[in-house]
Design a protein around this ligand. Structure first.
Ligand code: TRP
Length: 406
């Protein structure tokens, strides 16, 4: 299936003005293999090695993984299989940690819709980091961002998603005593002083170059980026000492960290470190799963019948007929079913066995789909029961420990 029809797959607005500027930067030289990665759009067949080059980040090396293993005792599969593939200053963060200078984790969510499996993956990894490194976490909800960037979302709808998304975040199992959720519109007092200091150091011309803003961009959006930067520095204020921050996030958020890193030292803070994930492919294409296209994603609130139906209708890397599949083999690299199984359910051995059986023509797509259905149903139903319990825990996770209305 072609990716060319997959426009704006992560971005519900429809206004493409402010991301087109990055297309040239991000395209590969081969014009048949175009891709775009910005905070509001991921399109095409992403070449992750090219992204490392273009964004100026570093690849996760075996050596770095060994270092994580030395400290954490255990390497998460998402590091081993390079779902987290790139970083900035992770080596520095680990060195500081070994010297006794503990970092904070910082991640976030723009509540533009419901949560699907693709969203959970960086959060599962963040929980691993919190547990193994025994560190605190700031979780930002950019409801303002999603209101400003989506023409067709009112604040009430965004509020509803904020509450629903927080249930998913809590369901991941973060430690309530070491996790603070900040909802931008509700907890602005924690961010505002830092954010005006940041804003004063960033010119419109920098923001245009980094985010692609244009004259038709609403000014709320132009003013937004410092609010996503502010939590990079907040831990130093909370702890009353310089505190390193590590951000686990998909690589599309990198533009925010680039501007933050540029001004960090001028403001007397450490540059925030990052560990970047890939995107999990959608069920119908090679782009990422999208909340704005319900059939491309498995949501945490889907019931077993819906899960089964979506997986059964999924695009795979298989051949049109059984005979051809046996003869030519499937294309596991382009198959979302293979990737889901690999990332979330299969062991390393199981996954490589699946791979060679598929490409060798010894495995039919129906079998893999059946495996995915079998694994994903209990996984999602477990999240659903944790979401129920989360309803009474929301207040505990808020940075001000106050109730939120939904
Ligand atoms: N902008 C992010 C989104 O649209 C949300 C976000 C805020 C975030 N702060 C973050 C994501 C820190 C990762 C890390 O989803």
């Amino acid at each position: 299936m072609s990716n060319e029809n997959e426009k704006n797959i992560s971005f519900d607005n429809g206004d493409q003005n402010y991301n087109t500027h990055l297309i040239d930067q991000n395209n590969t030289d081969n014009s048949n293999n175009k891709f775009t990665v910005t905070p509001w759009e991921v399109e095409g067949n992403v070449d992750y090695n090219k992204l490392i080059e273009k964004f100026g980040t570093s690849a996760i090396t075996n050596e770095l993984i060994e270092k994580v293993k030395d400290i954490a005792g255990e390497v998460h599969p998402f590091l081993k299989n390079r779902y987290f593939f790139s970083h900035r200053d992770l080596d520095w963060i680990l060195n500081e940690y070994q010297k006794g200078n503990k970092f904070y984790l910082y991640t976030g969510r723009g509540p533009s819709g419901l949560i699907h499996l693709g969203h959970l993956m960086p959060w599962l990894f963040t929980k691993y980091l919190q547990d193994k490194f025994d560190v605190k976490l700031i979780f930002q909800i950019t409801d303002d961002e999603k209101f400003l960037f989506n023409d067709n979302r009112d604040l009430q709808t965004i509020n509803k998603f904020t509450f629903e998304n927080i249930l998913d975040i809590i369901a991941i199992g973060f430690d309530p005593n070491r996790t603070k959720i900040i909802i931008n519109t509700k907890h602005i007092n924690y961010l505002y002083p830092l954010s005006i200091e940041i804003a004063k150091k960033i010119t419109f011309s920098t923001a245009k170059a980094v985010f692609g803003f244009s004259n038709s961009t609403n000014i709320g959006m132009i003013g937004f980026p410092p609010l996503q930067s502010a939590p990079c520095f907040l831990p130093s204020l909370i702890e009353k000492k310089l505190t390193p921050v590590l951000i686990p996030a998909a690589i599309d958020q990198d533009p925010y960290w680039r501007i933050t890193r540029d001004i960090a030292e001028k403001m007397g803070f450490y540059k925030p470190a990052q560990i970047h994930s890939k995107f999990i492919p959608g069920l119908t294409s090679n782009g990422k799963m999208s909340s704005s296209k319900p059939d491309t994603a498995l949501f945490t609130i889907d019931d077993p019948e819906e899960i089964e139906k979506k997986v059964k209708n999924t695009f795979t890397g298989g051949q049109p007929t059984v005979a051809l599949q046996r003869k030519l083999g499937g294309n596991a690299d382009r198959c979302p079913v293979y990737w889901y199984l690999k990332y979330l359910f299969d062991s390393e051995e199981k996954s490589s066995e699946r791979y060679s059986n598929c490409v060798g023509g010894n495995l039919l797509c129906g079998e893999c789909k059946g495996d995915l259905i079998k694994d994903v149903k209990p996984f999602i139903s477990n999240i659903q029961s944790k979401r129920e319990k989360a309803k009474s825990l929301v207040k505990e996770f808020m940075i001000d420990r106050k109730d939120i209305d939904n």
